[in-house]
Design a protein around this ligand. Sequence first.
Ligand code: ZN
Ligand code: ZN
Length: 607
Amino acid sequence: MIVDVVFDLPVPHPFSYRVPSQLRVTPGQRVRAPLGTQARVGLVVATREGEEEELKPIVGLAESGPILSPSQLELTRWIAGESLSSWGSSVSALLPPAPRAATETTPPPPHWSRSSEERPWLLTGGDRERRLLARLEKDAETRGILVLAPEIDQAAAWADRLSAALKGPVARLDSGVAGRQRWHAWMRLARGVVRVGVGTRSALLAPVPAPATLVVLDENDPAHKPPGPPRIHSREVMLERAKRDTSRLYLTAGTPSVESWWRSDEGEFHRSENGPSPWPHVAVVDVRGTLRTHPLSPALRHAMKETLSANGRVLLLVTRIGSAMACGECGFVLRCPECRIAMVFSRARRELACRLCRRTDPAPETCPHCRGRQLAPLGWGTERVEQAVRAEVPRYRVARYDAESRRGRAITRAMGEGSAHVVVGTRAALKAFHGPALVGFISPDPILRLPDFRAGERAFALFWAAAERVAEGGRVVIQTQHPTHYAVRAAAGQELASFYKHELKFRAELGYPPFRRICLITVSGRADGAAKRLAGDLERELQALGELTVYPPAPLGRSPKALRWQIVLKGGDDLPARLHPALSPFLARRREGRGIIEVEMDPVDLA
Ligand SMILES: [Zn+2]
Ligand SMILES: [Zn+2]
């Protein structure tokens, strides 16, 4: 018998081995096989009869039976094809580590069967999690459940929540638990001993028998597509899984991704909204021309003092200094005339560059809109805001929460126990700090000006999350140079649909997702000029495909000897299938040492 095995390697093809006659191997099973100088764990993707003496034999079995059923294996092949990445790397990222010695497994769940199809549900609104829990309690009577959270902390919290609500054991399949325990959790689900699984991306293939109920929590969270394999959004995998095995799928989000909102507009998803939930008073403060001297506007100072004297706690959110250039007087942002996303300002070169089409322009001296001379990146760091707050309210305890201080347990404790009156923090503080009576955005404008077409969506999600988290009767103050931006207005007025209407119009006009798909191709080379030449060859090949928008390759980083070049592409729904034949010769050629090609379909971050 001969087996084709894929490994955690960035190569597009499987490797073939002989199977010693005393061993039985089936597709979906993990084996140890020689690769280079050592034996590595790989997954068998196909078997065939034959005796090819020149092939090396496999060394042994990693587990006594398959860890993936034929339909799960087929789903992993789809993931690799859809993300234009290695089958082996994609699947390795989705399986629990193999035990050291071959261990008894039980057969994976039987072939997924198709029953009636059900459209996925998109749950929005303030009490979405309560509604979800009620549905899960009902579903748990007849089906298995798999809940996917964007981050480990949320997975842990949901595991506790579900175990309490469903009065039963829950298997955790995220990297917050040790590899060995994850393997056992996987096997308990496969055997049907436990019927509820919770995890992060590493739980995407968890063997909950179909038809199941699948959940993607906060489907709009970029953490559902972190860097590295599998290079695909968790939501897309769950949609495909639910479609293949006719499972029920719930997606939840305070502010759904634009892609999901659009699909629900198109009737692909059921949208379950509820009426307006309690909404705080949201004050939008116009700080054009005033924020350069002091981070707190009179309105925010006043709101802060009022909140503190009523024993409320205050959270002030700071955005790291942006790279876009804007006018300090009128708020005008220098955007690419073609792509309409903010251009990136390079101080050293006094130059503006578009991250998408690669256009560069010299930075102007005066504002093209008001002729003011205050053009610069704008923003306040947490330290300076903290100082200003201490000076303003010296009798209150002020704590800082950002990337540097987050490791300090003391601050997290101060936030948890409520001993800090005011916390000055970056975006992450919003998740950590419960029940503030006032959230103040010092200068969220760098988010609105991200050199990314998702800038509006990101800013809107942040404003909305703040409003949802403010204690009842509390308020939100947004200091901005863009008081009339639709993301600001929609968040202030609790008008979810109005945001998407504007955003979808913009995306349709400029050909951004969900109307077209984007692909980023990064070429790295070791030698001078090698990456550039390879990127040039690749570009010609891609141009020849036709019907795609291929932007010219551009260096990543500003060094003249750039070793990394990037090509941005836009195309239709079939973009991966169109690109595959053009890319595979380049991906296979990596061993010739010309350079390495990395492909990122549907990137969540351009900036
Ligand atoms: Zn552009
Ligand atoms: Zn201006």
